[in-house]
Design a protein around this ligand. Sequence first.
Ligand SMILES: Cc1ncc(COP(=O)(O)O)c(C=O)c1O
Length: 499
Amino acid sequence: MAASQSNGQGASVKGAKLLKRVMSDFIGLNTTYPLASGGQSRRVYLDSTASTLMMGVAQQAIGAMLEHYANTHSLLHNSARLATSNYRWAHERMLSFVGADPDIYTAYFTGSGATAGMNRLARLFKELRPDRDTALVSIMEHHSNDLPHRKHLGRVVHLPNKMRVGSVDLVALEALLEQEQGRVNYIAVTGVSNVTGIINPIHEIAKLAHKYDAFILVDAAQMVAHIPVQMSGRDDPEENIDALVFSGHKTYVPGSPGVVVARLDHLMQTEPVEVGGGMVARVLVDHYSVTNKFPDREEAGTPNIPGAIGLATAIEVLDRIGMQLLYDEEEQLLAYALEQMMSVPGVIIYGDPDIKACPRVSAISFNVGDKHHSIVAAILNDYHNIAVRNECFCAHPYVIEMMPEETADFVALSDEAVIDLQAPKPGMVRASFGLYNTRADIDRLRTALEDIQQNFDQYAPLYEIGGSDHEYQHTSFEAAGEATFNIPGMLDSLLTRDP
Ligand SMILES: Cc1ncc(COP(=O)(O)O)c(C=O)c1O
């Protein structure tokens, strides 16, 4: 056996061992809640696309770091030096995680997720090329990768998908690039859909973008925790990605910031949007000069240092396991989930369910026949302790495209009527996955869906639409109310306990 091959196998054996250890060390895997049918059970968390659970070692790293906590803008005392060097490591970690050459790109932390970064990038590209007012945005996008371009750049043209619910249609994309030549500033596309989990061919899209002198901006919020990413150093440099954003809270560290990775030459040409401490070289009463150091220039004010270090820790662990191994494992889990869910009569899966023909990770959206998504999600929670998300997942155009008949009335409403709507919106149920999910979790979901399908007539009279969100609610059972968990109550017992 060649040495490199045996090293590769050695690394994957090591990675698999580490994965086994890490996957059971997430906070909240053993959380229990009462059931409407009586008793308690362990929650099955299938809502990682919204936010993942917290990796245990990331929390430990934050705890250890807090022993040395200090503001990174302080300079000379021991804790300031340690906070600063670890915070610097966190930035370096972000760049290497997404395969971005540090001579070409910088990574900076912003806001609490991908949204702040996307708004910044839309403004950046507008300023770089004010004569180009158009972004090509896929129909699959989360609103965070659509509305910032409408608001800050001006004009958005939506890209269709292959066969309506596959990945972005490259033929249609090239036709649009041709048609809109000279106007397209950039293409904004998700790496992975937060609705169907379908993976887009971002490097082929990059190549097309660059062929027509457009930039490419990738929303990697659902991508980085699931599949390997390489922004630069591709064999064909036209496939490199110009800018990318992701969310720390979807990458196993709730409470961590969002991340932007962008080209230094682009950022250098514009003044930062946010101004304040930390990003200036000098301030006089009549003018100021902005530092040319990155990432400082883009991080005005005191950053979320513990959150960033926690995120870098989680990313270090993901890389030690190996992103390719994580992807392979997740692909198998999703294939199993699709098979199990489709075995339940009446379950409708959105997007091509052939995972080989249409690769996907992270999420599966579905409905159970014509049962409302809101009551299905409520029964999954109340009777089966399965946490899922329902409705439109901040991706209205995509959901509308996949459910044209069911959403027709909603589309026809006036904006005022939608704002005052006293009923749940149309939509789907979404089961989504993190590296802690197992086949046993999927089996619980399949059993629950079978139960809903078989016993719906008994469940339906127990629910009515209510609450400020106008969703289906159980008429007599409140699964997790005030008594289950509240901070003042927790403090009462914590602060009266003997030290
Ligand atoms: C694909 C995608 N992009 C962007 C976002 C927005 O991320 P955040 O809420 O962290 O800003 C989300 C959140 O669900 C998402 O799934």
